[in-house]
Structure formats: C-alpha cells, structure tokens
Design a protein around this ligand. Structure first.
Ligand SMILES: Cc1ncc(COP(=O)(O)O)c(C=O)c1O
Length: 352
C-alpha cells in the first residue's frame, strides 16, 4: 500500500497531527494475534496497570479511554456529585475546546477564572471557591488545572503543591489535565509523580495520543477516596474499549522504558529551537514564555495567511492575530529550520 499523503510534510498545528511512534506500532503488532478476554481483562491491561503504578505509586489505578475529552469528563464526573462544580482557568481545554462536553455530556458546572498565563493560583481559586452551603450556588468541589497549560506554560511541583494544599484545606479535590504531562515533566526534568502523586493531585487525565500513541488516554486515580464509579462511568460515557489490549499495549510501550521521555524531550527541544529561530525575525513577536513544545506569536496577518498555505498551524486568537505553533515528538531540526526560513521568506522586506 502506498501512502495517500506525503509523509515528509510536517505541520506546526498540534502534536496530534503527528503519526504513531514506530515503537508503539510494534507494540500494537506484538499484541495482535490469538484471542484475549475483551473489555480489559487481558494481560496487556494488567501489565499497563503495573506500569502506571511504577510511575504514580502503588495506590494509582489507571483506566484507558479513547480520548482526552473523555478522560476529563470521566475524571471530573467521578469526583463530583450532581450539585457540585469544577473551578478551572477560563482558558482550560475543558472550558474552551471540548464542545461543552463537561457540561453537556457530563452535566458538570464549570466555574471559570480569567488568568494571565493559563495558570491558577491559590488566590485565583478563591475567586470561585465561595458559597459553600448556599443552596443557590453550584457547590465548588474540584479544582482542575492543566500541565502543560493550553497557553504553553508550566506549573512547577511547588506551584501544584500550593494549589493542592489550598484546595484540600477548602475541602476541594484536585484534577490535573495531563494531556501534555510528559512534556511538563521532561521540561522540568522530574519524574511524572513529582508533578502529581507527590504533590497531592487526586485524579489525573494522562495523555498518550500527543506523545506518540495511535490513540488512547487514561483516567488515573491517585487518591482512591477522591473518585467513585470510574468503572461504570467509563462505560456510561462510551469509553469502554472492547479490544482494550491494543490501547493498554501502547501505554506499556510508552511508559515501561524511556519512550515518553525521549519523545517529550524531542518535542520540547524543537519548541525551544523554533522560538529561538523565529524570535529573531524582525516583525515577529513571541507572546508567551516558551516552556515546553508550544510557541505563541503575533505577526502580520498577511504573513500568517501566506505561511498557513505552506504549513498548517492555528490562529489562536482571531482578535489579536496571535498564532500557535506546536512541535511534536517527530518534529526534526530540519522541519523547524524549514519553517523558520519560510516565515522569514514571507515577511515583508523593508527597502532603504
Ligand atoms: C490540554 C488538553 N486537554 C485535553 C485534550 C484532549 O483532547 P482530545 O479529546 O482531542 O483527545 C487536549 C487536546 O488538544 C488538550 O490540549
């Protein structure tokens, strides 16, 4: 079979534009053949559970799901009663990019807070952590943060510890949307548990797709007292994969060695390289700190239009013209250099 696309072409739109890491494809192939019990009672899912425990501690329990939106909805629903609500940044993926799934499918009220950089702080949490016992207000129950954030920024372990401690003091639980947790841990050079289990995160949505899986994310309950009914909710929300061995085998391949770290380091290094290459081009202004694999910038709109015909990427903010460029595990130095050269080429030249 020949490809219908040019496999040499790379985009800077999202890390999920990338294909599947070859070691993940091998793991899927190795899991093929013969029969295994469906719905997660298979040897791959058992091994996957152990691998998650090695990273996140003995109390951790992982449930594979199909995508990140579902990981968030199942996680948050398992942490809240019908009258309870989730505090999150206004820019959080659960608020901006999930088609309303937490509210529509999950029936979960989101209490949002504007932030300068996509990050909550104890002070920002307090803007919504009030009205306890007031029957007229959805009761705050969970604080949800994303690491890395939707604006490419990072929470350090200390920042997450401060959030968890504050939330727990208020009787709130903490959920972490770790769609790019691997990028955050690689950037900070810490183990995955240093940003989660060790600092008090209760439930984690762990990302696989953006870091090299064909598909698959996981709900990871770190504090068993914080979540109920994940087994049932996963089915209710249509996330119970019958051929689960193929999702689980991918996670085992990602997490049993250093594949997650290699992939995340590569994506982050390419983010840094891209920032350095384009940051020096007159007329291009980087708008946010580049802390992992995402670069945000403002450039002339006509340049954006021309460049977008050569490389796919997103305009993040139509009002300001801010764009987002994202590097993936398979972005190479040559890809970054070609993109930066194309950008320089599209910029208007000023003649003396
Ligand atoms: C922060 C964050 N959370 C969750 C997701 C998961 O989304 P999906 O449902 O597309 O897998 C994404 C994907 O872009 C994301 O960036």
């Amino acid at each position: 079979m020949t490809s219908r696309h040019d496999p040499r072409l790379k985009a800077f739109a999202s890390d999920n534009y990338a294909g599947v890491h070859p070691e993940i494809l091998q793991a899927i192939a190795a899991a093929n053949g013969g029969h295994q019990t469906a719905y997660g009672e298979d040897v791959y899912t058992e091994a996957m559970g152990e691998v998650f425990q090695r990273h996140f501690g003995e109390r951790a329990q992982a449930w594979p799901v199909f995508n990140g939106t579902a990981a968030n909805v199942v996680s948050l629903r398992s942490m809240t009663a019908h009258w309870e609500a989730v505090i999150c940044a206004e820019s959080a993926h659960i608020n901006t990019d999930e088609g309303g799934a937490p509210e529509v499918a999950g029936g979960i009220k989101l209490l949002t807070v504007p932030t300068p950089d996509g990050k909550l702080t104890p002070e920002l949490i307090d803007r919504q952590a009030w009205g306890f016992g007031d029957v007229h207000r959805a009761q705050p129950r969970v604080v949800s943060i994303s690491n890395t954030t939707e604006l490419g920024t990072l929470y350090t372990a200390d920042e997450i510890a401060a959030i968890c401690s504050h939330a727990h003091d208020l009787g709130l639980l903490v959920h972490l949307d770790g769609s790019r947790l691997t990028n955050a841990a690689a950037a900070l050079d810490v183990p995955l548990r240093a940003l989660t289990t060790d600092v008090g995160v209760d439930v984690l949505s762990f990302g696989g797709t953006k870091i090299g899986l064909l598909y698959g994310e996981a709900v990871v309950v770190l504090n068993p007292a914080a979540a109920t009914g994940v087994d049932y909710l996963r089915k209710t929300f249509m996330q119970l994969s019958s051929k689960m061995r193929f999702v689980s085998a991918q996670f085992e391949a990602l997490l049993s060695g250093d594949l997650w770290l290699r992939n995340a380091r590569q994506a982050n290094a390419m983010g840094r390289r891209l920032a350095e290459a384009v940051g020096g081009i007159p007329g291009v202004r980087l708008t946010r700190p580049v802390e992992a694999n995402a670069v945000f910038a403002i450039l002339p709109r006509d340049v954006t239009e021309r460049l977008a015909k050569r490389f796919r990427f997103y305009t993040w903010n139509e009002a300001t013209g801010e764009v987002r460029w994202m590097c993936a595990f398979d972005t190479t130095e040559a890809d970054v250099d070609a993109f930066a050269a194309a950008l320089a080429d599209e910029m208007p030249t000023t003649h003396p």
